[in-house]
Design a protein around this ligand. Sequence first.
Ligand code: AR6
Length: 180
Amino acid sequence: MVTQFKSNGVLIECIQGNIAEQPDMAAIVNAANAALQTGGGVAGAIHRAAGPELEAECRQFAPIRPGQAVITGACRLPNRYVIHCLGPVYGVDEPSDVLLASCYRRALQLAEENGVESIAFPAISTGVFGFPLPSAARIALKTALDALPNLVRVKHIRFVLFGESDLRVFVEALNACTSK
Ligand code: AR6
């Protein structure tokens, strides 16, 4: 199974790792809460590594709605930007598939607008927010693949999965989406 796909000069890859430890990426994406405060999972890891300055910088944008994304500096993280996305709570924020796709699309738009050449995403909504991983993976990858023709600045999109089985689900979805 291939874990990478290149098209239109853009590399899409899936790796196992910690989203807060991606020093080679210009931007990382936060699976945020509406208040843009620290929390568990991805938000906790990012805010802990960034320091309290990140919450302070986020305050001007809060609250955000499901499907929205905002961009801030990265404070003590080794990246230039953090793009904060509020994913849908599965079964509550509807239509959840449209709202989840909107997170990825808006994040990629913000990356383009800010000259970001590389961006790392976690699997938004698939932890506390309960989105089933296989459909979340398909939505994430399809939205990124659909955006490729419009990307000029972004050259590298990385999906960072916490666990080995989560990585496998993303790799299977990547192969399914790119084999047609
Ligand atoms: N790096 C990469 N992936 C991670 C990491 C990490 N450090 N930590 C967890 N994951 P979640 P959500 C995976 O819950 O579902 C927060 O408390 C995790 O296994 O972080 O969008 C916020 O404050 C899962 O697959 O985000 C919000 O209230 C995925 O990342 C709420 O949770 C997303 O898990 C957001 O929930």
